[in-house]
Design a protein around this ligand. Sequence first.
Ligand code: ATP
Ligand code: MG
Length: 401
Amino acid sequence: MSTKLSVDKGALSIIETLQEEGHTTYLVGGAVRDLLLDIEPKDYDISTTATPEDVKRIFGRAARIIGRRFKIVHIYKGRNIYEISTFRRMPTEEERKGRFDDEGLMVWRDNEWGTPEEDAFRRDFTANALFMDPVNNNEILDYCGGQEDIKNGVVRSLGAPSIRFEEDPVRMLRALKLVGQYGFKLEKSVAKAIQDLGPKMCLVSQRRLYEEILKITYKPCAASTFKACHDEGLLQYLLPEMAEMLSGEDAPAFLELIRTRDEKVKVGSSLSRAYSLATLCYRFVEKKLCPESKFGDGWEPFDGIDLKVREAVEEFLQPYHVTRLVSARVRDVLLLQRRFKILKGRNKTRRHPEFHYAWLLFNTLAESLEWDKEITEPWINDDTLVNKRPKNLRKRKPKQS
Ligand code: ATP
Ligand code: MG
């Protein structure tokens, strides 16, 4: 397998520098997978024999060591951040016995240095365990049949999935992301292990799971990813209210709404949480405010609606504790929806700090529900609305899982 795309210059120069310093260094993980699928990677992970301290010494102030027990290095180049990790291997039984937090099968950190081959086998799926050497003709190192599985679109676990998912239940969600993002199929034992071990998701920290859910919204395939999670029975452990919605009559309209959002993300509209989370919450909030409503009917205002909307947002996103700032922003994006339907006070509506994201959600609803032009025209065709993204909201790189 080869790639038509070229590796990002920043990643290439980091790999070149480390190789010149005598360290075996490759591109790894999702970036290699994406390049082989002819998709532009969103971030670049690099693995090397250099220790974090070596990397820091070589790159100086551009490099920052992150984490205390599981150290990796971030290198800042232009607007990009590159993640450099040292080849590691899985801990042995003996090593794990001595660790207070590696109880049962759960493994928190594989922290022993290893060879590239050992590093490949500690990863989650064969499609994520390939190395690429962009300095030497994009040579691929494939220790576990990853290329074949990418070609055939198969999610195959490295090691028995029943054990690997007990070690780290987030791998189940990562398997379904491959299904949602690329249309891969789960290998039989992977599907079975997800069915059996879904409830183990509750052992994962809420913070980590919330980050994973946000990461799903950064990609233009949230609808297919959440659907894959639902089809395989995992969504009930991630977002129980969404799982319930996907089992009911609102499922087709909900998925269409998220698909329309995905299209907007694809063309670079917005990675804002306020927009994405409001899109996910919209129908749940609408039903809370107005149980008899049909999808997209909206609601009438009443005293105390602010609090009610915010509570509904928090309920939908349970079990995660979203910050008050985020839930307040999502609330505002939702509350503004009503103002688009009444044309009074358009200038005031436009001046609202969340106007841009509220307007995006309005557009998304209008497109997915095929609303009458009469409702949308006064706003949709208003040139002054385009490119009004608030300043100073920098895109953040999602943290590594
Ligand atoms: P994305 O395109 O979302 O970045 P990714 O596969 O690169 O997908 P990352 O979170 O960037 O995801 O992880 C980089 C690599 O680290 C993965 O490709 C995989 O090899 C390995 N990895 C990440 N999480 C796990 C995990 N929970 N268990 C084992 N290996 C993991
Ligand atoms: Mg990645």
